[in-house]
Design a protein around this ligand. Sequence first.
Ligand code: M6R
Length: 364
Amino acid sequence: EKGNYRHFMAKEIHEQPEVISHTLASLVDMTSETVRLPSLPFDWKNLSRLTISACGTASFAGQVAKYWFERYARLPVEVDIASEFRYREAPLEKGGLSLFVSQSGETADTMAALRYCQENGQHTLAVVNVPTSTMSREADAMVRTLAGPEIGVASTKAFTCQLAVLACLAIGAGKARGTLTPEAEKELVRALIEAPRLMAEALRLDHEIEACARDLSKAKDVLYLGRGTSFPLALEGALKLKEISYIHAEGYAAGELKHGPIALIDESMPVVVIAPFDAIFEKTVSNMQEVAARGGRIILITDEEGAKAAALPGAKTIVMPAMPSVVSPLVYSVPIQLLAYHTAVLIGADVDQPRNLAKSVTVE
Ligand code: M6R
């Protein structure tokens, strides 16, 4: 039931601190601050490549995971949307690992990608929310996201739980491959454990975010920009807005701006910039200045340091708590989801049942 919330989506957004806690508790030892993965039927040390396939929001979780596996486990990753992967006849080295991410565990294209990988001698690992699903049954191994039932068509808590699981897998892989020292592992795990508290803080920015949504609700097109792990978040932000508010939105890697989309910028185009104050912050800010110089209306999602350093007079800023970069994709998902949610509510759209969409896409 919806409890005190108007929509399942709002309820599910607000449940995130709790379900992230559960999910992390299943994969992390809180006292020793280490990752504790279930036994898996392959050895991370023997892998030379990881292939990730998924659809929609789950594929963006896969895209974030690519940064983590490459950084922490030095494991080359290829991520593709399942509908392309299944037909492009990808050559796969025998004994490799293929990972599938799905809330429902029933998505037709992701299932077909899994079967293709099995036929081509891959170990298959599924990150799934519905434990009784086809994907859970057919994959060699499964790690559950403990998001609980997700009713809203727009995926929210399942996405952040996927991120939590994938972060633990990447850290576990790094540990097994010897690319993460025990100290580095502890530091990452300590950061992840903070995610629920940080998400609860982000949820308290609801009113400020709603004020920004007023701006979006009048727009015809919205651009989302980010770099590093904030790039897939930009894609996710744009998808969320499109699917529930029917406003056209696009996510771009901030560095791609000059290569085309900057031509779209004018006074009528809100640009949402996702930029925690991290190693690549300065780069994103210079892209943002290019937008400002062309009259683009900026909504900047950053932390206090970032707001100070950006010092953009015209920008609306959502000031997030400061955090280690490994947790920012989880925590920054909250304002991204709330922006889309409030925009859709302001427009009067059917938030939980957007037109033309089904919760699970079981035909291709
Ligand atoms: O059940 P799955 O995670 O496999 O579903 C994948 C996509 O259909 C899903 O994430 C879709 O993009 C959502 N409606 C996004 O909010």
